[in-house]
Design a protein around this ligand. Structure first.
Ligand code: 2AM
Length: 523
């Protein structure tokens, strides 16, 4: 910080102190009075949106020595923030957008931390006339990437550089170091890099933030992160369910097992918090918390976006989609309760397996399933990059997810190493480390999925990961039958095993259809 900036901070801090506890109008008057002589472009960046993520990001930026301007639609929040959490820090509140903009150094950097959707467009419309060519708008919300593509193009026509940055890590991450995935207009990156990499989580001496790519690439990668998160969470829930239903272990006992798992190759934030969750007691009943929590899961839609996009780009992300369907099925609670009275599971489930052996098998099944869902996520990113014209660095994406975000996990180091070694790796399963890891665990994994099927325990993510693995490793699948069926009823043609690819044949299967084939062949 320069001396002038320090002075600004001091002035603002004393203004905030002076106005603390007073009514808003007084606070505003005092702040504007004190702030006006120093409003000349003192702030390194401005943030709009003072919900908890926005506030925490601002506090994080200020803690790294940046001066931050703050604005919010409801101005009283600015006053509360400046007089409260931001007191004494290099944070400048503004009550209207022109003042807010006047606080920013050039090129102006405005980060939107507002609700995704129409509020982002509304702010862009208000900001654009106040900005100059070369200024930067960043959307740090959970925006669907096609919106980012559209906004980046529209603003580029006016010379404004637009960036869609996925931010993961929740409230705590935003405050102490999130994972940040910025993409959009690359001309914005040099100005943003020091700030974003400075406030991001750091792992192995590297920031969990780097330039992702053009257009909607940043928000796209954040979306896939969330899809993988859905799968990770579902698999952990299935491991819990197996240990509970098959072995009859209590929640705290399973929590202790997860704690142990967190010391090995499953070391991750989600395993860590689940271990804690399982060992928490409900104050009211004295029972484990998880036993009094209703078994219906909500969702905000990012898993669904990932699954729909996987279908759009032709990526077999079946475990991720299965995790979304699992939440949907869980939400049909009343129907499930009714159905449970009529639809029976297997009667004879045999003896309980050996506890130590089964726990280890479930651990390996979880690890193998997890490898498959990450393989799907990265494969999907490769297919999407080709479709949307992005150049994605998958080693760098693994590093961005290594810390700060919800799916942070030690094994992302391995994923980074795999893509650093071979940037064009078509599938994570083909990397020597993961080929061996999944090979070693597959027997246990198959036993767990078989045991779950025989005992009627619901394990959709474990099973669909295994289906992905068995499908992907098969040189010959049963799709010959599908293509024959398509040719039979729709004359869709087929290729032959004994002829070069690209030659199409039609058979008159019934003797009635003639030899006219359908003009479109969709492999
Ligand atoms: P608010 O405090 O005025 O509600 C998260 O909800 C953030 O998005 C808040 O800063 C909130 O501002 C902002 N926000 C939500 N809906 C908005 C809208 N329609 N227009 C502008 N800001 C909005």
């Amino acid at each position: 910080m320069t001396e002038a900036e320090t002075k600004t901070a001091d002035l603002i801090a004393s203004a905030a102190e002076a106005t603390a506890g007073t009514v808003r109008s007084e606070a505003v008057a005092t702040r504007q009075m004190i702030a006006s002589p120093v409003t000349e472009a003192a702030a390194d960046i401005g943030v709009i949106g003072l919900a908890v993520m926005g506030e925490n990001l601002i506090l994080n930026m200020a803690s790294r020595g940046y001066t931050v301007a703050a604005f919010n639609r409801t101005a009283s929040r600015v006053d509360e923030f400046v007089a409260g959490r931001a007191r004494g820090l290099t944070i400048l509140g503004a009550d209207d957008l022109p003042t807010f903009i006047s606080l920013l150094k050039s090129p102006r950097k405005v980060m939107l931390m507002v609700k995704a959707g129409p509020p982002v467009d509304a702010f862009i419309d208000m900001l654009a006339p106040l900005l100059e060519r070369g200024d930067i708008i960043i959307d740090g919300g959970n925006t669907h990437f096609p919106d980012t593509v559209r906004r980046e193009r529209a603003l580029a026509e006016h010379g404004i550089l637009f960036v869609g940055a996925g931010v993961s890590g929740g409230e705590e991450g935003a405050l102490t170091g999130p994972s940040i995935m910025p993409g959009g207009n690359p001309a914005a990156w040099p100005a943003l890099k020091p700030i974003f990499q400075g406030i991001a989580a750091q792992v192995n001496g590297q920031p969990c933030c780097d330039w992702v790519g053009e257009g909607g690439a940043g928000h796209f990668v954040k979306m896939v992160h969330n899809g993988i998160e859905y799968a990770d969470m579902q698999m952990i829930a299935e491991a819990y369910s197996l240990l509970s239903d098959v072995l009859g272990l209590s929640a705290p006992e399973i929590g202790a097992i997860f704690e142990e798992w967190n010391r090995g190759e499953l070391d991750s934030y989600l395993i860590e918090i689940t271990a804690e969750i399982l060992q928490k007691t409900d104050d009211e009943t004295g029972q484990p918390m998880v036993d009094v929590i209703l078994d219906t899961a909500g969702q905000k839609g990012t898993g669904k976006w990932t699954s729909v996009t996987a279908l759009d780009v032709g990526a077999p992300a079946n475990t991720i989609a299965e995790a979304v369907f699992a939440r949907i099925l869980s939400s049909l609670k009343d129907q499930r309760v009714e159905a449970s009275r009529v639809l029976h599971g297997p009667e004879d489930v045999g003896d309980k397996p050996d506890q130590t052996a089964f726990v280890e098998q479930v651990r390996q099944a979880l690890y193998a399933s997890k490898i498959c869902s990450y393989a799907q996520g990265f494969q999907m990113m490769e297919l999407a990059a080709a479709e949307y014209g992005w150049t994605l660095d998958f080693g760098s994406i693994a590093q961005m997810w290594r810390g700060g975000c919800i799916i942070r996990a030690a094994f992302l180091d391995r994923i980074k190493a795999a893509f650093d070694e071979n940037a064009a790796l078509p599938n994570l399963l083909l990397d020597a480390y993961f080929t061996e890891a999944i090979g070693t665990s597959q027997q246990a994994w198959r036993q767990v999925v078989a045991a779950a099927a025989l005992r009627g325990v619901w394990t959709p993510a474990f099973s669909s990961s295994l289906a992905y693995y068995d499908g992907y490793r098969s040189a010959r699948l049963s799709a010959n039958i599908l293509q024959a069926q398509r040719d039979y009823f729709g004359a869709h043609t087929y290729e032959r095993t004994d002829r070069p690819r690209g030659e199409f044949f039609h058979t008159n299967w019934t003797g009635r259809g003639g030899s006219t084939s359908s003009s479109t062949y969709n492999a």
